[in-house]
Design a protein around this ligand. Sequence first.
Ligand SMILES: [Zn+2]
Ligand SMILES: [Zn+2]
Ligand SMILES: [Zn+2]
Length: 415
Amino acid sequence: MAGEGEAVIVLDSDSSLEEISSASDAVLSGKIRSCSDVISVSTMEQIAPATLLRPNRGSSVKEITLASSQGPNRENLAYEVIHKKRRIEEICICCGSLEIHTQHPLFHGGICAPCTERFLERFFLCDDDGFQADCAICCWGESLVMCDNPACIRCMCTKCLDTLVRRGMAKQVKEINPWICFLCLPLGAHGPASGVLKKKKTWRTGLKHFYDQESNLSIYRPLSPRERTPIKVISLFENISQELQSLGFLGKNMKLKYIHDVTDVVRTHIEEWGPFDFVFGSTPALANSYEHPSAWYMYQYDRILRYSRPIERSRPFFWMFLDNLVLEEETRDAACRFWKTEAVVRMKLQNGTIQNVVHIWSNIPSVNSKYSASSSYMDLFQLAKNICRTRIFSERPATLIKEFFVPLKDYFRTF
Ligand SMILES: [Zn+2]
Ligand SMILES: [Zn+2]
Ligand SMILES: [Zn+2]
């Protein structure tokens, strides 16, 4: 524990101390890293499965071994800005490049084209420990420090801390418990002590504008902890309360309506039970027997989704449907047309062998549909047959994609 007042909890002005002090065991256990053997085509296709091992080196530090380590050199960045009076807006704060594409959405400083691309693809990716998978500043980072504010899911890498704040900062931060990240730190505290790392006052709006301008992914502006309300979920055919609870959506911070058979559910029921913030649905697990033809699950989900959609896009509204290789290709194509998005393929691997696969359609930004299911080279039909033949028991599809729920924490209350 670092003394001299460094352990004092300081929060962004829109957070509240109450949220910190109510940090429960769930927060702490959430910080314990487990090895991931799940990859998704959408995001990890460049990375060999063996590199996904993430040993836990401490309570709030995670080490990530990437296939290629970060090349760009930022060593002189702070020197250029502080001593040579170069404007930080003219330098990419992620890699040090002087070929600026635009401005970084969260912090003062430029961002180059390759780093913009990487940021857009990776910023919302999370791990099932409930935290971001990459550094919130550069979206690279081999060693990440996780923010201890329970309302925050951000990580920052040791390189960014050492380069942009000051040399030795990363080591210092690892000893501070609890440590509050530079996005949660109030603006007033971003003085000389934060080096050249200064957050933007309206970074949440900035993030939305960044996605609006630079990608075809439309996101909702993340809400400050004070703006967040308890999430109201409708879960069809499959109950995801366990997954949401493990991420901190607990008790009074979550209302979940689980319906196994929606045959008799009509619009007035949804109006009466709702309004819902998140509509989840899933086909049964592949090796399970199921009561309805497979397409029934997709069409019924679509019907309930239409009843649930808010008329105006004024409040964050999320939806997700999973298919555990149960749907026929024709039904999957219909789903893409209905929901105007490609499916993302998520694979579970063990010792290099595919154990299970789910298709995901969703508007949660972590489900990046840039790489669509159609780009996958797998023979899904053969794979499904193999899974059915070899599996002794089947997993609920939702257990394979839990980390995609994490960005909901930016919009709804947890703990
Ligand atoms: Zn860059
Ligand atoms: Zn970083
Ligand atoms: Zn934070």
